[in-house]
Every structure is written in C-alpha cells, then in structure tokens.
Ligand binder design. Structure first.
Ligand code: ATP
Length: 449
C-alpha cells in the first residue's frame, strides 16, 4: 500500500487552496466558521461534477439498452432502513476521550494508542468503545412520536430496491437489467476528513443490476463485465491507471450479504484509499423488502414459466471521491519560459471550461468585435467557453492553465486585417498554431474528443 509523502500532504493543502481561490470547492457554511464534513461546489466545481455525471449517465444509462434511470426521494419510510439493516447495524465504533471529549473512530486509531486506551490529541484516557449509528435521524411532519421518524438516506441503493416492482410494472424489462441513480447521501461520519474524501453529505452514482441466479457462470461474467466498465469509466475521466488498484475484499471484511466484493482504490495524496466498489448483494435486499413490506418483489420468467427473486450486483461510485481523484490527478507543475507554471491537466471531456477566447488587446474595438463573434459561435457549440480581455496574454494563459482550460483562442490583427485565422494555444505543451476561421470549429471538435 502506498504511503502519503510529505510533499503529497502539501499537495492536499495546495488543492484545497486552489479549489477555493478559483471557485471549485468551498468549505460549507464558511462565513459561520464552517460545518464539518460539508462542502459547497462553486461554478467550476459544479461544472466539473456535472461533466463527470454526464459521462457516467451516458455510459451506464443512455448508452445501454438494459438500464433504467430513477431519482428517488431522499426521505424514505423508516421501515426501509429497518429492512435494509441500517437501523440495527449501520454503525462505526466510537471512542471518546474522558479528558478533552474528542471523539475518534476506534478502528482508525493508532494500534499502540488504542491498546493503551490513550487519546491521540491530549494523551487522556479513552472510554469504552460504543457503536455509533451513522444515519441522520429526522422528524417528518408535526408529530413527535416514533412513527414520524425518518432518516436522511445513507446510500442511494435502497431508493432503487423499493422501486423494483414499479420498474417491472411500468417498463416490463427482461432479466438481466439494471436501475441507476445519481443522488445525495448522508452519513454522520465520526471523523470527516481529507477534504471531500470523507464528508457527511456527499453524492453517489449507483447501479443495482439484477440477474437470474440460476446461471452462476453468467452471474460471474456479469460481475466481471460491470467491473471492467467501472475501470473504463475511470480511464475516460483521464485517471492515471498506475494509481488505480483492484482489491478483492476478503470474506472477513465483506458486508454479511455480499458474496463477492471488489473495491477500486486510488492513490490519493494522503494514501491509497477506496474510490469505488462493486458487490454481489445476492437476493438480500429484495428478500428483506418483500418480508418487511409484504409486497412480492419476485420476477416471473416468461420463458421458463418460473417465479424467483433476482440476485443483484451493485457497482457503486462516490462522486466526490471521483472529483478529488480527478483534481489530484490533474494537478501539474512545470517550468515554462523560466517560470514555474501550475496547470490542471483535465481531459477535455471533464474540463469545466473547454475554450477561452482572447482579443489580443483590450482597447481595440475591431479586435473585441471579432473576438466576441468567435466567442459566440464557439459558445453555441461547446457551452463552457470563456471570454477574457483582462491583462496581458501571458497572464490570461496562466489563469486558464490553473483552471485546466485545454485550448485558448487568440484573435489578433492578422485575424482581422489579413484573414489569417486565429492562434490556438495548447494547455499541456504551451505550443501555439494558426488555424483558419473556417476550420476552427472542426479543429476544436476533433481535439475535444
Ligand atoms: P469507507 O470504508 O471509505 O467509509 P464505505 O465502504 O463505507 O467507504 P460504501 O458504503 O461502499 O463506502 O459507499 C459507496 C461509495 O460511496 C464509496 O466507494 C465512496 O466512494 C462513497 N462514500 C462513502 N462514504 C463517503 C463519505 N463519507 N464521503 C464521501 N464519499 C463517500
């Protein structure tokens, strides 16, 4: 397992600073001193996140014939969480220091300190380990009795299982098929940390893929194929394959309902940690909801005229962890023209701004007019295009480098006086080339893909 190095720790500080300065991600409720474990995405962060979601939805839902999208409510009947086992068992081991009252996850303490029951912060004595349920409890409506209790969902998965019959009845799918959802999840983490890696409010992209359990070979092949799809998706995001690790989770570490789990870990600046996972959840969820709700969640196979409860394979993706992986993977420093340069090497598909358009000079109306014209036509085509006439060209390039804009287009006097096209400057190499106005759209479209 790779260990974080101190320059990697400072990379986290740099990323957090850059995220705030350039409008990717801010501390939640910052003007009130913040709220631990919450983060607000700014204009560039939300654009980056939307691009990742769009690619995911295209690959896993729109691009396939066997996937059904849903957007279920965050608040669900409390019995959902009784059936799923979350009320009884969704907890982490908690210890509290008797002196400073700081709380820690017992399983994340330094083993020596844990054995000595010593607080890592003040050296005081630690109390006994208690199980702490991570679901946020809330009250529905005006009633204060226990029947009015609900929870902010700790995962999006259950919103799909409870809609399984609705999908059967409204879409009439044949096995195998999947349901997919992108949405917020909430966990009252004992120790939120590492920026957006471990938050109390975060976003997941999950798939529940249902299969016929009788053909075990096919089930295993489907598991492997979905795992491969997860890996391809990471490549499309531009993540370095050398930093991605496949971990077969041993039975002792798996959830009790899982027959097989494979985690994908990533070399974050603070070490190799879980990015996403896939689990073979068998018929655990559909069976549990059938028992709890009294509603039959079985499937009738027309071909064999048999009725059974399908098994489920669940590929799950943490969106915020993906964003952190994309940010840390993209951060690059080099030397350009004798000066240190910082640039975000985003794949064009995820870059929050695709193109920046510059008139060479600010005070020449004919240059501004032409640049505005080109900007408008590119914006119509690519959406995320910026216009910038502020400061010298070098400074403008650096600003775009820092937010990862792959291409800058400059309009100068040769563009308007000689019809000699525009200058395209490439982010990663800093090289420039001249492209005719007529070919500009085509040229950029090819480069984007
Ligand atoms: P961990 O062991 O790191 O707490 P987990 O195994 O509990 O994670 P899952 O329950 O499998 O996580 O959740 C699915 C995905 O949701 C994870 O792979 C991760 O990407 C994401 N995720 C889970 N907890 C958090 C969190 N607190 N903040 C951000 N993302 C999270």
């Amino acid at each position: 397992m790779s260990k974080p190095e101190s320059n990697q720790e400072s990379l986290m500080e740099t990323l957090i600073g850059l995220s705030k300065r350039r409008g990717f991600i801010f501390q939640g409720s910052e003007i009130y001193g913040g709220l631990a474990g919450t983060w607000d995405y700014g204009p560039l962060g939300v654009a980056l996140k939307n691009n990742v979601k769009k690619i995911w939805w295209q690959r896993f839902v729109d691009g396939r014939e066997d996937m059904y999208g849903v957007d279920a409510a965050i608040l669900m009947n409390q019995r959902t969480w009784e059936a799923s086992g979350h009320v009884a068992g969704f907890s982490d081991p908690l210890v509290e220091c008797k002196k400073c009252h700081h709380r820690f996850r017992a399983d994340q303490l330094d083993p020596e300190l844990a054995a000595a029951k010593k607080c890592p912060d003040c050296g005081g004595a630690l109390g006994d380990v208690k199980q702490f349920n991570m679901m946020f409890k809330t009250q529905i409506g005006a009633g204060e009795d226990s029947a009015a209790v609900s929870y902010l969902r700790p995962e999006t998965a259950q919103g799909m299982f409870v809609n399984f019959k609705n999908i059967l009845d409204s879409q009439h799918p044949k096995l195998p098929f999947g349901m997919a959802q992108i949405g917020k999840a909430f966990r009252n983490e004992i120790a939120p940390r590492d920026f957006i890696f471990r938050a109390r409010e975060f976003e997941q992209m999950e798939i529940e893929y249902f299969v016929d359990p009788r053909d075990e070979k096919k089930v295993n092949e489907t598991f492997d194929a979905l795992f491969e799809e997860q890996q391809k998706f990471l490549t499309v995001l531009g993540l370095d394959p050398k930093k991605i690790h496949k971990i077969e989770v041993p039975a002792s570490d798996r959830a009790h309902y899982s027959k097989r789990s494979v985690d994908t870990e990533y070399d974050f600046p603070f070490g190799q940690k879980e990015l996403l996972g896939i689990a073979y959840r068998t018929d655990f969820d559909l069976k549990a909801h059938t028992t709890m709700s009294g509603v039959d969640l079985s499937y009738f196979d027309e071909e064999t005229k048999t009725r059974f409860i399908p098994h489920c394979i669940e590929p799950t993706f943490g969106l915020d962890r993906l964003i952190l992986a994309v940010l840390s993977n993209a951060y690059t420093e080099d030397d350009m023209g004798g000066e240190k340069r910082v640039f975000m090497k985003f794949a064009p598909a995820v870059a929050p701004v695709k193109i920046a358009v510059f008139p060479l000079l600010k005070n020449k109306p004919e240059l501004i007019k032409k640049a505005r014209e080109i900007y408008a036509s590119l914006k119509k085509e690519f959406g995320a295009v910026e216009f910038d006439d502020n400061g010298n060209i070098g400074k403008r390039y650096r600003r775009q480098d820092e937010i990862g804009t792959p291409f800058c287009v400059t309009i100068d006097f040769d563009t308007i006086e000689k019809g000699e096209g525009v200058t395209i400057r490439h982010r990663d190499t800093g090289t420039q080339e001249r492209v005719s106005e007529a070919n500009l759209l085509d040229f950029l479209t090819k480069k984007m893909s």
